[in-house]
Design a protein around this ligand. Structure first.
Ligand code: ZN
Length: 261
């Protein structure tokens, strides 16, 4: 069965900025989905901020193996309820790819628990990405380094938790470096952050970038059954303990109660 992938785009600058609309006439999300759909192992569709529930109702997320997130100008317009819903699906086992300015998306900050801040400069400079994990599945088929002639600079220090794996680092013409491809596991969900993708440059038309995205979808897809109710914290009364025990000492809670959250 193909990997059911939803490419979420905030779809703001494509509507407001002529340069962006010229590079991505059908929206960045559609460009990314088209690139993914060249691989028969992936079935990608799109969702945008403007749709009801941002295109991410419960049932759709339940049927999504990997969600891709691109946001920039409208992070604050994303409903907190939807963010929490996406987080619970990641904890249950849905894969998540966060792209470029999504480092400041609510969902990424929620899952990282850190400021996710960085230094930046919009000067169309050259970015050179280096593989730091040559045998990683996300790097499959890529050269040891590749270049994007025009990109926005993101520089260290990058305010993320120490990654599970670093797959790429970037060098920029101005001298900065950046951990541009990093993996995490959050609950049962595989999470990958990939840096390139400023909307005024044709980054998602680049063949190497498209290869990274297809590889990352396959890496993030979790074939195991989704965990139900990943935030449950049930009380286990003495009588149901696996071994017989005798209750001792004072207590605060009643058997089977919900407890504090
Ligand atoms: Zn940008």
């Amino acid at each position: 069965m193909s990997i059911r992938t939803v490419v979420w785009g905030e779809n703001v600058h494509e509507q407001k900025n002529k340069v962006v609309a010229g590079i991505y006439p059908k929206g960045m999300h559609t460009c990314i989905a088209d690139a993914l759909n060249t691989d028969p192992a992936i079935k990608a569709t799109t969702a945008t901020l403007q749709e009801p529930e941002h295109g991410l109702p419960e049932q759709r997320l339940a049927e999504t193996d990997v969600l891709i997130w691109w946001g920039h100008a409208a992070h604050g317009d994303v409903d907190d309820k939807i963010v929490e819903r996406v987080a619970e699906h990641v904890w249950s086992g849905m894969g998540l790819l966060v792209l470029h300015s999504g480092h400041f998306a609510k969902i990424f900050k929620r899952l990282m628990g850190t400021p996710c801040n960085l230094t930046w400069r919009e000067a169309g400079e050259r970015e050179r990405l280096w593989l730091t994990s040559r045998n990683h599945p996300i790097a499959a088929g890529l050269p040891d380094h590749f270049e994007l002639e025009n990109e926005e600079m993101y520089g260290e220090p990058f305010g993320i938790p120490e990654p599970m794996e670093t797959v790429f680092v970037s060098w920029f013409q101005g001298g900065e470096v950046f951990r541009s491809g990093v993996t995490y596991r959050r609950g049962a969900g595989n999470v990958f952050y990939f840096r390139p993708g400023h909307e005024t440059y044709p980054t998602y038309h680049d063949a190497n970038v498209q290869t990274v995205l297809r590889n990352a979808v396959k890496w993030a897809a979790n074939p195991a059954a989704r965990i139900k109710n990943p935030t449950d914290a049930p009380n286990v009364p003495v009588e149901t303990a696996l071994e017989p025990i005798t209750e001792r000492g004072p207590r605060l809670h009643q058997d089977g109660e919900e407890g504090y959250r």
